[in-house]
Design a protein around this ligand. Structure first.
Ligand code: FCB
Length: 465
């Protein structure tokens, strides 16, 4: 019998991010982020929702942390809002902003929960957008590193697990576009694809410089990771041919070849550079060394994937090229959770982990799932309960895929469920709920869902129940 038991030291956790939960956007010296500006712009976010109040976590963090303690998690991943710490993006430090995170982290420690702080989860200071266009400029990487250095010197006595940046593709390739309005802040139209790739290159530089800054500023030994949402290619069946196809396809799936490869190997994928041609970013000498800093682990945010199969591409859409694989589109009616992009593919967890080891070649690097979870159309029933069996179904399958990776020897160290509570889901506003805890946005009441109880049992028995 397979009881899906996890290793004794496995880290079960939950994740959130600042703009999605905190609210209090004008309090205690905080200045606007690009997401405040973007969401205030009519038509950008579903129902014109904004993060102005969100879950009011800024005022209710003690209640929330007590609930985390009831859940039994020992690890919490949250993010720090740059515009609370350095409201203008560069220059003057806002002590009141630092104090908020001191209180938050102290409260976590009182409940024996280890903080894992993400230093950037998309809410960059609007002032830097006004000054030089945010990620379009290399200045952004330097300003980010300065902010990180300040913060780590002030909070490094309380936090030793740092995540530099969350999901580079989402605030670069989804936030800058040619010929269309981008879905994410700052929502800038640019002239060329090369400019878009330059924004992600600048973000990689920011990750590298921040890693150096953390090591220099931390008063004690600390652990640094990058968090990436690799696009996972999943073989349609696990034959040697299809596995090889999925590995080759991984390089050219979305931005993998230009983000996870340079970050973990020090080089853009040659297959990607070839396909980009003159759309490739300018890479200055020394950039790749900065980008490829030694890190202690990689955090993967995995929700879904893309099926791939081997194919003898005699006639292939890319003219005479014969890559030996094809990306498969999803059939009509493929099962999804409540989000257009959320096709249910539990094996994406296993394959994402395996690609880091085999395809990117970093078998040595410890990993954790820094986010995984799903949206559902949660309803409070007449007994005041949210019985989200759909979310339990989803998580159960994804946990089993994580278990498989561990049982095959991959160094998976932990799993952070997205999300602890319902929150502001970017351009989908408050309509798409991802939480284990339901938020009544009228009253700010917190209501643990059935999935909360289910996850509590998994954690206490350290297995998939
Ligand atoms: C990820 C983001 C996170 C959340 C989930 C659903 O891309 O990192 O903030 O929105 O998706």
């Amino acid at each position: 019998m397979n009881s899906y038991k996890f290793p004794d030291d496995f880290m079960w956790g939950v994740a959130t991010s600042s703009y999605q939960i905190e609210g209090a956007t004008t309090e205690a010296g905080r200045k606007p982020s690009v997401w405040d500006t973007f969401s205030a712009n009519p038509g950008k976010v579903l129902h014109d929702d904004t993060g102005a109040v969100a879950c009011d976590h800024y005022h209710r963090y003690e209640t929330d942390i007590k609930l985390m303690a009831q859940l039994g998690v020992k690890h919490y991943r949250f993010s720090i809002a740059w515009p609370r710490i350095i409201p203008e993006g560069r220059g003057k430090v806002n002590e009141a902003g630092i104090d908020f995170y001191r209180r938050l982290v102290d409260c976590l420690h009182q409940h024996n929960i280890t903080p894992h702080a993400t230093l950037f989860h998309w809410d960059s200071p609007q002032a830097l957008e006004d000054l030089y266009g945010s990620w379009r400029s290399r200045e952004m990487a330097k300003d980010f590193a300065d902010y990180v250095s300040t913060l780590v010197s002030m909070l490094g006595d309380r936090i030793t697990n740092w995540m530099t940046i969350n999901e580079i593709p989402c605030f670069t390739h989804l936030a800058y576009a040619v010929n269309s309005d981008p879905l994410h802040a700052p929502g800038t139209r640019v002239e060329t694809q090369k400019e878009v790739w330059q924004t992600s290159h600048n973000a990689l530089l920011a990750h590298g410089l921040a890693t150096q800054a953390i090591r220099a500023a931390s008063p004690s030994n600390c652990f640094i990771s990058l968090v990436d949402n690799i696009s996972v290619t999943v073989p349609i069946s696990e034959t040697p041919e299809n596995i090889k196809a999925a590995q080759q396809a991984f390089h050219l799936c979305e931005q993998n070849g230009g983000i996870i490869f340079p970050a973990l190997t020090g080089a853009y994928s040659p297959a990607l550079l070839e396909s980009l041609g003159n759309a490739a970013p300018d890479i200055q000498s020394g950039d790749l060394e900065i980008i490829h800093q030694p890190i202690d682990s990689i955090g993967l945010n995995i929700y879904s994937g893309t099926y791939v199969q081997a194919r003898d591409n005699a006639i292939h859409p890319y003219r005479d090229r014969q890559p030996g694989y094809e990306f498969l589109s999803f059939p009509v009616g493929y099962p999804k959770m409540y989000m257009p992009w959320l096709n249910i593919i539990p094996e994406s967890i296993y394959w994402g982990i395996r690609h880091i080891g085999e395809t990117v070649g970093r078998k040595d690097l410890p990993l954790f799932i820094s986010e995984s979870g799903c949206a559902a159309q949660d309803q409070v029933n007449h007994q005041d309960k949210v019985i989200d069996t759909d979310r339990i179904m989803y998580l159960r399958q994804y946990f089993k895929a994580a278990h498989r990776a561990i049982s095959e020897g991959y160094p998976l160290k932990g799993y952070f469920v997205w999300s602890f509570m319902d929150n502001f889901e970017w351009s989908y506003g408050y309509d798409h709920r991802f939480g284990l805890v339901y938020i009544d946005y009228q009253t700010q009441q917190r209501l643990p869902k059935a999935s909360f109880d289910w996850y509590r049992q998994c954690i206490s028995q350290n297995r998939v129940v």
